[in-house]
Ligand binder design. Structure first.
Ligand code: ZN
Length: 158
């Protein structure tokens, strides 16, 4: 396993629509392992392949709710419901935080590392994180959805 370099928002790879994964081979497994290691090292909740310069529809998330690491390959959001508004950040947008409105629940179908179709029912932080990462696969950053930016220094004083 290896730590990969996380690119930042200026990089064009973060602004393109990523391609589907078609080969569920050792190379994919190595990439997924590297993404997990990179995610944990960076202490993030989720990481999408374009954030390490790979234009493929892959994301890993772990919102520390006991579900462990979830690997999403070719994910599709099939249903959303409810509404939540909370502060979001992104490993590719260091020092930027802001409120984003998202659905409170999301049903996502995705393949696992062996190519099997799975269905996940995400809620609250899990839904926020999954939808944030899936946006990355379409070249979208959370910044465009922020309705109010937050100054981290000011938040700490409150
Ligand atoms: Zn992000």
């Amino acid at each position: 396993m290896a730590i990969r370099r996380i690119i930042t928002k200026e990089d064009p790879t973060l602004h393109v629509v990523c391609r589907e994964v078609t080969r569920f081979d050792d190379k994919l497994h190595e990439l997924l392992d590297d993404m997990a290691e990179t995610l944990y090292k960076a202490q993030g909740l989720g990481l999408a392949a374009p954030q390490i310069g790979i234009r493929r529809r892959i994301a890993v998330i772990d919102v520390q709710d006991g579900s462990g690491l979830i690997e999403l390959i070719n994910p599709v959001v099939v249903k959303t419901s409810g509404r939540q508004r909370d502060v979001e950040g992104c490993l590719s947008c260091p020092d930027q935080w802001g409120y984003v409105v998202r659905p409170n629940k999301a049903v996502v179908r995705a393949q696992n590392r062996d190519g099997e179709m799975m269905e996940y029912h995400f809620e609250e932080l899990g839904a926020r994180c999954a939808l944030h990462e899936i946006d990355h696969l379409d070249g979208k950053l959370f910044l465009e959805k922020v309705d109010e930016f937050v100054d981290p220094a000011q938040e700490e004083e409150e």
